[in-house]
Write a protein that binds this ligand. Sequence first.
Ligand SMILES: *Cc1c(COP(=O)(O)O)cnc(C)c1O
Length: 373
Amino acid sequence: MPAFADAARAGAVLTLDLAAVRANYRQLRALGGSAVCAAVMKADAYGLGMEQVAPALALEGCRVFFTAHLGEGMRLRQLLPAGCGIYVLHGPPPGTAHDFLEHDLVPVLNDPGQLQEWRACARRLGRALPAAIQADTGMSRMGLAAADLAALSADPGWLAGVRPQLFMSHLACADEPAHPMNGLQRRRFEQLREVFPGVPASLANSSAVFLGTDYHYDLLRPGAALYGINPQPGAPNPLRQAVSLAARIVQVRTVREGDIVGYGARYVAGGTRRIATIALGYADGWQRALTGRGQAFVDGMAVPFAGTVSMDSITLDVTGIPEARVAPGQLVELLGARQGVDEVAAQAGTIGYEVLTRLGSRFHRVYRDDDRG
Ligand SMILES: *Cc1c(COP(=O)(O)O)cnc(C)c1O
């Protein structure tokens, strides 16, 4: 089936610019100097398609990847060339050790139970198994607490059969450079690291890459910045936008003064207005919270949402746009040069991460890689 037929059958077209993703990766890697730059692929590469993103980054030289879940790691293994390392952030659920070994995945061990699970597996197999050790330095979400580490490491056999190849932690406030938690967590990280002499260390997500070299250690773990989400909200965005989204106009109509538009009659026409209905709604990740706050672009001109965001459609006030430019079948821009992921997030009262990971499964997806043709 020709590609245009697929596109015509979907309500909207999502385009990921893999050249931009690769350029962002190179920029992060350059900032890291001698640190290795890994890539975080959880949630299907932040909703954008691990199948396309992971190989593109591997071509760029990325050799270390992270997923959240074991199943994601197993899928990712099929997509990467030989020699790539994959860490699973949530560690090994009970009874899954053989999956880790069969698919060459390295668990991040987050608590004494996971450490014990991995040690027991090593004992059964009679060989040492690699692992990353995560310490909690203040976020209280995942990782061994300082007290756990102190208690465990008092026993000389505590790492029997476990070969730590990465020591890591995660920052709670890296997107706020002035936040005191950053320095506090870094100091705790420094202290806890002493338990693992000679083991490579990793602290930086996307935002922390921009906190300076003190935060880089041996391995960077960016996710969001690869797609152009601003790592330091409020400061100019140094990254390239990688995501664009355009929805198809289904219908255009004229409404008169007093007519209502959409569920709940929340929009009442104050005069004669032109309303265009586009084929994208909250089922596609365009939150209902954007009712009355969202906007789209027709030929570069902003058009506000008029009325409630529906499941499969949104009504736009296109009054003032020349009629020839708003006909059924035409595409209206929701993400692109004029409105990025961060702007839409601000309108919806959330963060760019959530906008990306909510993107729906119905779009026609296009992957461009212009630098490679
Ligand atoms: C998600 C995640 C990352 C990547 O975070 P970004 O802010 O997207 O760069 C890094 N490390 C851990 C532990 C994570 O959970």
